[in-house]
Design a binder for this molecule. Structure first.
Ligand code: PGA
Length: 254
């Protein structure tokens, strides 16, 4: 059984007090499961509250949703990887589709951010995924592999293996329309084949699925052996629905 990662992307939700409350409720009821990691990605100003709540839990981590590629400097409004790491982040998202499509983040920038994260000791979770027009045009594979190529450019094999990948089709994010488990698994296989040529033999690369995952569909998605976890937005905001998704992993193991 490979390691599973359950990641909560809170986007622009939950001020420090609310973030603290949700994490507290979740941890009061969630028992550690071997080879499972739960990661919270709160807004950066709520990171300290989350880090404080998860103190002492080796199976739970926190991260930031975005970083700048420079370590410091005159970049008003930005957060660097060393600053995020010093504030207690273990992870950072890179290239989330909202960064790419609402803020114009480029493929090249994702590569710089992945390098910056690794240099600061943060684990990057590189998000890739196609637009609906790209899927209809049959270019899903080309888009995803282009994003991987740019995001992981210049890394040696051992370092590439440290970058988690989240496949998040853009048309599935926040829409209520998730990829079917088999469609998600098919893209995961494409990603895994590409990574297998660029990572040390025998290593299992963490590839998560994201896009309208919820308590109703998570069990069917996680039944696909290709999925090493899920990256969840809306359904991770409340303790109850997030806990129901976390319990999916326990069921899969039986
Ligand atoms: P969603 O978001 O679960 O609300 O679709 C997923 C994401 O953006 O990571």
């Amino acid at each position: 059984m490979s390691r599973l990662i359950f990641a909560a992307n809170w986007k622009m939700h939950h001020a420090p007090a609310a973030a603290r409350q949700v994490v507290r409720e979740v941890l009061a009821r969630y028992r550690p499961v071997a080879e499972r990691e739960v990661v919270f990605f709160p807004p950066a100003v709520s990171l300290a509250a989350v880090v404080d709540e998860i103190k002492g839990r080796r199976d739970v981590a926190a991260g930031v949703q975005n970083i700048h590629w420079e370590a410091k400097g005159a970049f008003t409004g930005e957060i660097s990887a060393p600053i995020a790491a010093a504030a207690g982040a273990a992870w950072t998202l890179v290239g989330h589709s909202e960064r790419r499509h609402k803020f114009g983040e480029t493929d090249a920038e994702t590569g710089r951010k992945v390098h910056a994260a690794l240099a600061a000791g943060l684990l990057p979770m590189l998000c890739v995924g196609e637009l609906i027009e790209e899927r209809r045009a049959g270019s899903t594979e080309a888009v995803v592999l282009r994003q991987l190529g740019a995001g992981l450019a210049g890394l040696d094999a051992a370092t590439t293996a440290r970058v988690a990948i989240a496949y998040e089709p853009v048309w599935a994010i926040g829409t209520g329309v998730n990829a079917t488990p088999s469609d998600a698994a098919a893209v995961h296989r494409t990603i895994r084949r590409w990574l297998a040529e660029r990572t040390p033999p025998g290593s299992r690369h963490a590839i998560l699925y994201g896009g309208s995952v919820n308590a109703e569909n998570s069990a069917a998605l996680m039944a696909e052996e290709e999925l090493d976890g899920v990256l969840v937005g809306g359904a991770s905001l409340e303790a109850d629905s997030w806990l129901r998704i976390l319990e999916t992993a326990v069921r899969r193991e039986k």
